[in-house]
Design a protein around this ligand. Structure first.
Ligand SMILES: [Mg+2]
Length: 190
């Protein structure tokens, strides 16, 4: 009887350890697995500048709702983030404004919780050939903070992209100064 008990105990221990190991490996590599799945599927992640790209102070750019709805349909709300040099209060402020535009609540909540701002993804400095220093929104840093493959990211920003070190990944937006007949976002959808 003792021998049988011992045998059963060994079998249980063996399978327990195996399952535990598999579970552990799954947990550790899940992060990398997600990373490679995103890379393999070539899913795009869109970073959206706030000031003078989507808003002018508290005025949303015309056609903002159509534009965001279109992005959600194309890329899924989980792949859309704000990226602002300002602090998180600015993100909360614009999220309140888009609540009134009847935009997908999941998107608003995602933007409010996971967007990039000065506190979690600060601007980077870049020294140009002429010795002058510019500050820019770093896609490389954003990729590290969000744990998303670098080459799947696109940034829409009104800041001049001609001297941006990662300019190939920036869509240079026309600046928005609050004019209500502005149709840039509508043209972007088409
Ligand atoms: Mg801007």
């Amino acid at each position: 009887m003792r021998v049988i008990n011992h045998y059963v105990e060994n079998v249980i221990n063996y399978w327990f350890l195996r399952i535990y190991k598999i579970f552990y490996i799954f947990l550790v590599y899940n992060k990398y697995l997600t990373y490679f799945c995103i890379k393999y599927k070539k899913m795009k992640t869109i970073l959206l500048d706030i000031d003078y790209t989507l808003f002018c102070e508290t005025t949303p750019r015309p056609h903002l709702k159509e534009f965001l709805d279109n992005l959600v349909n194309r890329y899924g709300y989980e792949n859309i983030y704000f990226y602002t040099a300002a602090n998180h209060l600015r993100i909360t402020e614009v999220c309140r404004i888009i609540l009134d535009l009847n935009i997908d609540k999941k998107l608003i909540s995602h933007l409010n919780n996971y967007s990039l701002f000065g506190g979690n993804c600060s601007m980077q400095e870049f020294k140009k050939n002429d010795g002058s220093i510019i500050e820019y929104k770093s896609i490389k840093k954003a990729s590290e903070v969000l744990n998303i493959p670098y080459d799947n990211i696109v940034l829409l920003d009104d800041a001049p992209s001609y001297d941006h070190p990662e300019k190939n990944m920036v869509i240079q937006a026309e600046g928005f100064n609050g004019l209500l007949n502005d149709d840039y976002l509508k043209r972007l959808i088409l």
